[in-house]
Design a protein around this ligand. Structure first.
Ligand SMILES: O=C([S-])c1cc(C(=O)S)c[n+]([C@@H]2O[C@H](COP(=O)(O)O)[C@@H](O)[C@H]2O)c1
Ligand code: NI
Length: 521
């Protein structure tokens, strides 16, 4: 079910947008890393690890999210290669496709390559796959491309590969998590899925991977929506029915991880409204699996056309907006323009993998609060029924179902009914579209045989939930605004948890949380 009344996200795409930049920006905004990692693990996809660190872009500190592929590139590197290398692996792969991920190869060293450079090996290989390698052995590709890989290797020392260390100096990893078939259990009984970097999958395969995970229903719906947008765009570009689009680069592990990670982080941050600037894009051409593509690449152009995304073409030679980035914007954008007056409640900076002149390579995300919308009113429906013949247990269960179903509020009022019967009036406050579901829950779970209903108006203060750190752990505070003044209401569950950790009484912890929230406002 789509949530409402959450936070508003403002995405500044002045250096374009890609999947990994978005995840990094959302993590920097405070999305919970543990929730993200648990969600990704539940995908039952392996062959990658996650690196979350910091990266300096144009002197600015930003978060870096990297999907490091550990499987599916056996074609590129195997222990035999090492024996052939007399130089110290001072070469970087020159893949033509432009993913922003890192590959980690299992031959005793790690190297990072960003994929935005051209081939320049002096190697003799005919190889109509986009990346080429130059090692003295026969490659045993395990991916299922229908390219012909005819590697005719033989080292010459002048190749331009340069193995960079997996991290740049200023990159401090704060989370590394490896997924491999042997290092974790798969809780859902879902088939374990090995996705090599170049395996081909269609939309059904991707949806199955997402649906068998344990991510929240909101995140699941959003991840599927983003993939669907890419599939439609690819289907038009390649003139194939949507169901027959075989995802290549976009269906690879890093894209699945990026898209699901964005969905999980947005849900975790409780984002319900998103404002996005125009998408700054480069110009010229890039290479990918299909060969040379114009920028914006066909999938990005199609997504922009289908979803009315404003593009701003800069003179930068290269791809600033990836299909994944454009699809994320198309799926989450709810508003076109910023409110006239707003306050910034949080800032997150996500680092891009590429560097261009005249571009910071940073995606900036902000949580903003519209000052005009701080106090507002809305229309709701009130459903009521009087019940004198139902157990307290059934009434409690019904209340739980109503809240789960999306009621804004549910409460019981003790009443006296005919024949002097002590009874309860059940009241449900909900939006108009929820009435059928709410009534069904009441009729199914209680003895009620009739429900009154009327529409009402209410004045509501804007509110948001903030996490604050305390000496006893994290706590959640509800922050409400009235006439520009903020009020801090610690959440009951947080107070309860900290009471039990600290041994302090309820009012002491409650006041401490209010005081800390006030200080950090
Ligand atoms: O692999 C395919 S089918 C592909 C199609 C297109 C089209 O525009 S069609 C573009 N690309 C390029 O691949 C990389 C990966 O994109 P992500 O969105 O997965 O990051 C990117 O450079 C695309 O322009 C691939
Ligand atoms: Ni394509």
């Amino acid at each position: 079910m789509k949530k409402t009344n959450g936070k508003t996200l403002y995405l500044e795409c002045y250096s374009g947008i890609s999947g990994d930049m978005t995840v990094a920006a959302l993590l920097d905004l405070g999305a919970d890393q543990d929730v993200l990692m648990a969600g990704l693990e539940s995908l039952n996809v392996d062959g990658y690890s996650i690196k979350i660190g910091r990266k300096e872009k144009c002197g600015i500190d930003a978060c870096d999210f990297d999907v490091v592929l550990t499987k599916g590139l056996e074609c590129d590197w195997n222990p035999d290669h090492v024996q052939d290398h007399t130089h110290e692996h001072e070469h970087a792969h020159e893949h033509d496709h432009e993913h922003g991920h890192t590959h980690e190869h299992e031959h005793g060293h790690k190297h990072e390559h960003t994929h935005d450079h051209e081939h320049s090996h002096d190697r003799e290989h005919t190889h109509d796959h986009d990346h080429t390698h130059d090692h003295g052995h026969t490659h045993d590709h395990d991916h299922t491309h229908d390219h012909d890989h005819t590697h005719d290797h033989g080292h010459t020392p002048d190749h331009s590969h340069r193995h960079a260390p997996a991290l740049s100096k200023n990159q401090e990893h704060i989370h590394i998590h490896t997924h491999s078939s042997s290092d974790h259990d798969h809780p859902h009984g879902a088939p374990h899925i090995h996705l090599g970097h170049h395996d081909h999958r269609n939309l059904l395969d991707i949806n199955r991977i997402i649906e068998t995970s344990s991510i929240s229903p909101n995140a699941m719906e959003l991840a599927k929506r983003i993939f669907h947008i890419v599939a439609v765009a690819e289907s038009r570009a390649h003139r194939k029915p949507v169901e027959e689009v075989h995802f290549h680069e976009v269906g690879a592990v890093d894209s699945i991880v990026d898209i699901v990670a964005v969905a999980v982080c947005l849900d975790n941050l409780d984002i319900t409204d998103v404002i996005v600037t125009e998408l700054y894009e480069g110009t010229g051409h890039i290479r990918c699996q299909h060969g040379i593509l114009p920028v914006p690449v066909p999938a990005v152009a199609n997504i922009s056309a289908d979803h009315d995304l404003p593009l701003h073409i800069t003179s930068i030679k290269g791809e600033l907006v990836t299909p994944t980035g454009a699809a994320i914007v198309a799926a989450i954008r709810t508003k076109d323009s910023l409110p006239k007056n707003f306050k910034i409640r949080g800032i997150g900076l996500g680092a891009g993998k590429r560097s261009y002149e005249n571009s910071t390579g940073i995606l900036r995300a902000m949580i903003i609060e519209d000052m005009a919308a701080a106090e507002t009113s809305d229309r709701v429906w009130v459903l009521e029924t009087n019940i004198d013949d139902c157990t307290g247990e059934a009434l409690s269960f019904c209340m739980e179902q109503l809240f789960k179903g999306g009621a804004k509020d549910v409460f019981y009022t003790p009443i006296y009914m005919k024949k002097n019967r002590p009874a309860y009036m059940l009241s449900v406050i909900c939006s108009g579209d929820m009435i059928p579901l709410m009534e069904d829950i009441i009729f199914t779970n209680t003895t009620s045989i009739g429900i009154r209903r009327h529409e009402d108006t209410r004045t509501i203060l804007s509110r948001e939930f903030r996490n604050i750190a305390t000496p006893y752990g994290e706590a959640i505070i509800k922050v409400c605004t009235n006439n520009g003044k903020q009020y801090f209401y610690p959440e009951y569950d947080s107070v309860r948890k900290l009471c039990s950790i600290s041994g302090q009484d309820y009012m002491t912890i409650y006041s401490l949380l209010q005081q800390l929230a006030q200080e950090r406002k």
